[in-house]
Ligand binder design. Structure first.
Ligand code: PEP
Length: 258
């Protein structure tokens, strides 16, 4: 991390927890960690629990987040949720382009771009997920893949929005597998992404945008990941489902930064 960028510790619950379970968790985690001033804790429950979670996330530094949205504000899109609806619930962030959305539900860089733009247009901040699959890494294609995803998702974004953007680098081979990128592997890609932001926009945008790491983050590896200068937080699946484990991730220890 870099002390100029406020870290984000984000929980992506995917299709887990009923509204009642989600509220119980949200209360317990706030009681456990208390108000946050130097970091943000973000919780992305399923849509069905979002309103209830937003209602109880009242402690400073905690923010509700959606896991997905449509890019249109309304219309004949059965089963979809619009960014206006999410804004109404008090959502601060929306995850877009998660690898499960890309690989199971066929999302493309173009749909991710439209969703990110719609999230900004409705007063929230997108957490744009990018990352290579194992075969691409093994073929030496990580930078090409990630670079193309960044370009595709951010095409036409203005600098003012780009500096508020959150990107999440999530190597697909590390999601839910227990196989984490080493801090050095993750830092290498984060530095590349920041460089790409500088080429697309300018140095100040690159210095302000936050880049999270996701992929089997756990209490025992969060500190070493957060020591890296270009890792500004984590997006956490499995280890965010238990209060004690997510609490430890929020309370990551940091010793050697700027
Ligand atoms: C994720 O779903 O974004 C994720 C990183 O999952 P996990 O932490 O379980 O690998």
């Amino acid at each position: 991390m870099n002390s100029k960028r406020k870290p984000i510790l984000a929980a992506n619950w995917k299709m887990h927890k009923t509204a009642a379970e989600a509220v119980e968790f949200a209360r317990a985690i706030q009681e456990g960690t208390g108000p946050l001033s130097d970091r943000e804790a973000v919780i992305a429950p399923p849509f069905t629990a979002l309103q209830a979670v937003a209602g109880v996330l009242q402690t400073a530094g905690y923010f509700p987040c959606a896991q997905n949205c449509h890019w249109e504000v309304k219309g004949a899109f059965t089963g979809e949720i619009s960014p206006v609806m999410l804004g109404e619930l008090g959502c601060r962030y929306v995850i877009v382009g998660h690898s499960e959305r890309r690989h199971i539900f066929g999302e493309t860089d173009e749909t991710v771009r439209k969703k990110a733009a719609a999230v900004f247009a409705n007063g929230m901040v997108p957490i744009v997920c990018i990352g290579e699959v194992l075969a691409q890494r093994e073929a030496g294609g990580t930078f090409d893949v990630v670079g193309a995803q960044v370009d595709g998702a951010l095409k036409d974004l203005d600098a003012d929005r780009a500096r508020r953007l959150v990107l999440a680098y999530e190597p697909v081979w590390a999601i839910g597998t227990g196989r984490t990128a080493t801090p050095v592997q993750a830092q290498e890609v984060h530095a590349f992404i920041r460089q790409r932001l500088e080429s697309l926009f300018d140095k100040s945008v690159a210095n302000e945008a936050r880049i999270l790491y996701g992929g089997s983050v756990k209490p025992d590896n969060v500190d070493s990941l957060m020591e890296q200068p270009d890792i500004d937080g984590t997006l956490v699946g499995g280890a965010s489902l238990e209060v004690e484990s997510f609490k430890r991730i929020i309370e990551f220890q940091f010793s050697s930064g700027e």
